[in-house]
Design a binder for this molecule. Structure first.
Ligand SMILES: [Ca+2]
Ligand SMILES: [Ca+2]
Ligand SMILES: [Ca+2]
Ligand SMILES: [Ca+2]
Length: 231
């Protein structure tokens, strides 16, 4: 669980939504917005029909009301992710609460981690990391302190792993990407790859254009509060 938690935190921090926006602006990228997620579904050997038929799946799982992908869908998914993350941190903390008072002391954490296989230094490091969330420094890490630390750490994270760039590439910019718009995006991308217009993406067409699309910076939709964008 601790490992999972670390992986989640690393992946949360590593995804550069806001940084990407800044870089794109610096690089002065122009041209039509496109979604890396939509490009990413295209494979060498694809016929247009097969590629386009796959695309609805990109948004179906988020678009729970079936009216296209909009900001509310992204926000709901983001809230789900963050709630899972809070639950995971609370679980980590509570399993060390050996006397069941909803607080963890250094003594409890030491008792929890003590084992012949861990060095004293290793345990000390773990405890220091844990107790860094004891924000009032009273020697007791409460559940509230744990949850508040997660909230602070994640408040300005972008839409992680959620295809928010599809919304950023909305062709008519009305804040909603319908299945038909998504397919239109796919058709445009397919046409950009299919140099000889034979309706199939050959291996060489794929590799040439995949590299070109990687160099273009996709537009990202962060949807984050203003104070987060200035960080
Ligand atoms: Ca306790
Ligand atoms: Ca405390
Ligand atoms: Ca739209
Ligand atoms: Ca072709």
């Amino acid at each position: 669980m601790a490992k999972l938690n670390r992986i989640l935190l690393v992946s949360l921090v590593a995804l550069p939504g806001v940084a990407m926006l800044a870089l794109a602006a610096q690089a002065g990228e122009t041209g039509p917005a496109y979604s890396q997620h939509v490009v990413g579904k295209l494979r060498a050997g694809n016929e247009q029909k097969d590629y386009i038929e796959e695309l609805p799946r990109l948004i179906e799982r988020y678009d729970s009301d079936g009216d296209g992908l909009d900001r509310a869908d992204l926000e709901r998914e983001r809230q789900r992710q963050l709630a899972r993350h809070r639950a995971s941190k609370a679980n980590e903390m509570l399993k060390m609460d050996l006397n069941a008072d909803n607080k963890v002391t250094r003594e409890e954490a030491t008792a929890f981690w003590s084992s012949a296989r861990k060095s004293a230094t290793n345990i000390e490091q773990k405890i220091n990391r844990l107790m860094a969330d004891d924000t009032d420094h009273d020697g007791e890490l409460t559940l509230e302190e744990t949850l508040a630390s997660v909230q602070t750490a994640t408040a300005c994270l972008p839409y992680l792993g959620i295809p928010s760039d599809i919304l950023a590439a909305d062709p008519n910019d009305d804040g909603r990407v319908t299945q038909e718009e998504l397919k239109d995006m796919g058709r445009a991308i397919f046409a950009a790859f299919d140099d000889n217009k034979d309706g199939v993406i050959s291996t060489s067409e794929y590799s040439v254009h995949r590299n070109q699309f990687r160099k273009k910076r996709p537009v990202n939709f962060t949807g984050l509060p203003g104070q987060c964008l200035n960080r």
